[in-house]
Ligand binder design. Structure first.
Ligand SMILES: *Cc1c(COP(=O)(O)O)cnc(C)c1O
Ligand SMILES: [Zn+2]
Length: 448
């Protein structure tokens, strides 16, 4: 069976196509973004049941590279790549768990959290980066002039790029906004041997520079405007449905910054529908930080217009983006999925993250934004308590330990509702017993 995919311009009036091994990020005719398009007629020759069976057989198996959550769906992602060129760290296959206690506290019974951060570099960016770096390896093997791969990043893209390039032996260049990412995120590309450039600007400033330096074909662009990333990331929606035995949830909440991931989520779900694996689609909710909310502002105007903004400093640093590259793709997705956009303040996101942790999660601040938005939409009756809701958790909480420390120390600009402080004591049994008696009594009161 010969499956095929190619780049296609997203502009309805243009739809120009380009091969996947061409070094191109925007349409040469009209400047729009590209998307990877598949030969659906060829894919339809295998029926929906047979695809499900194949994906289930491969899921988390030891048959390299098909045990990867991404490469187990290779025919839907990059059908023409040689297995020898695949750079995989066994990404995807992340846990989707029933957040029973959190759901009880906020008033929704059927709440699930998809932990995309439980992966190689600690964020969902691995899903896209395995695809991009594999395609680069294939292009280099075919004689392309690529010497290095570069990205601008709010921290997680650079970590994923650095680790996959290190695995492949391809040089990585990362442009980071100085003092605007966590220590853990900074040390990741450093440890993986990337060329780390710390620029005195914000993400949008880094993005401008990286687009200039990648005009030269020897440096390949790894930001999500490169739709190869989206192809890998689109497996998140497919995997969620697979984990529910091929049933679609009612609502999926996802934090959004540059807006590549929401487009990817939509793209995977639409492909499932087009190939007959599902018949309904969920509602998609994009959660933004109030301080970096250009999509929310546009949503309030029914997407009639879009104005880039100067993003303000937010604890949700990975989504501190004022001029999202994938705005158009995201709007298209939201229109197809009866979408909602909602925002969360700093206090709302920090308290929601802490409440999540209290009930057994260990959330990053972006997941905090999504949880806060869910709480608001439940209160506003825009999501019903009987619906099956999935929250996409985008990164591992340990990457953002500094955020949690400051929260629990009470060192943020607002009171921390769920702060928990260590009690410092002399090493004496009497002192410990007294502290325990006091603390347990207090806990019983608050539980009641
Ligand atoms: C990249 C990232 C996001 C935002 O994804 P976009 O595709 O830029 O919208 C959200 N959370 C985390 C942790 C991220 O790393
Ligand atoms: Zn075009």
């Amino acid at each position: 069976m010969s499956y095929r995919a190619w780049f296609q311009c997203i502009n309805e009036g243009c739809r120009a196509t380009y091969p996947l091994n061409e070094i191109i990020y925007r349409c040469r005719n009209c400047g729009s973004l590209l998307e990877v398009t598949h030969d659906l007629a060829a894919l339809r020759q295998r029926d929906a049941k047979a695809w499900m069976k194949l994906f289930e057989e491969r899921y988390k198996s030891n048959t390299w590279p098909y045990g990867s959550g991404v490469w187990g769906k290779k025919e839907w992602i990059l059908p023409q790549i040689a297995d020898d060129n695949i750079v995989s760290m066994y990404e995807g296959g992340t846990n989707l768990f029933w957040a029973e206690r959190f759901g009880k506290v906020i008033g929704v019974d059927d709440l699930w959290v998809k932990l995309c951060g439980n992966t190689h570099s600690g964020s969902f960016k691995d899903l896209g980066m395995t695809v991009l770096v594999s395609q680069v390896k294939q292009m280099i093997s075919e004689g392309a002039p690529i010497k290095a791969v570069a990205c601008a990043s709010t921290g997680d893209t650079s970590a994923a790029l650095a680790v996959y390039c290190a695995g492949a032996g391809i040089p990585a260049i990362v442009l980071l906004p100085k003092n605007k990412i966590s220590i853990a995120q900074l040390v990741q590309p450093i440890a993986n041997g990337a060329l780390v450039l710390s620029l005195d600007t914000d993400f949008d400033g880094c993005m401008k520079v990286v687009q200039e330096i990648t005009k030269d074909d020897t440096i390949y662009l790894a930001n999500s405007m490169n739709s190869l990333r989206i192809e890998g990331q689109k497996t998140v929606g497919i995997e969620i449905v697979q984990q529910f035995d091929w049933e679609c949830p009612d609502v999926i909440v996802i934090p959004g910054g540059n807006l590549g991931n929401v487009s990817a989520l939509g793209s995977g779900l639409l492909m499932m529908r087009d190939l007959g694996l599902i018949t309904s689609l969920p509602r998609i909710v994009v959660a933004q930080a109030e301080r970096a909310n250009p999509l929310y502002r546009s949503y309030l105007k029914h997407f009639d217009s879009f104005e880039p903004m100067q993003a303000q400093k937010t604890l949700a640093s990975a989504i501190q983006i004022g001029n999202p590259v994938s705005y158009e793709k995201a709007v298209r997705t939201l229109r197809q999925f009866n979408g909602i956009v909602e925002q969360a303040t700093e206090q709302e996101l920090a308290d929601a993250a802490a409440l999540g942790d209290r009930t057994g999660m260990f959330t990053c601040p972006h997941t905090g934004v999504a949880l806060a938005v869910l709480i608001k939409l439940l209160k506003a009756d825009k999501i019903d308590k009987s619906e099956r809701v999935v929250v996409i958790s985008t990164a591992h909480g340990l990457k953002f330990a500094d955020f949690k420390v400051r929260y629990h120390e009470g060192n943020l600009e607002f009171p921390s509702q769920y702060a928990n402080q260590p009690i410092e004591l002399p090493p004496s049994v009497a002192a410990v017993k007294e502290a325990l008696a006091h603390a347990l009594q207090k806990r019983n009161k608050t539980d009641a």
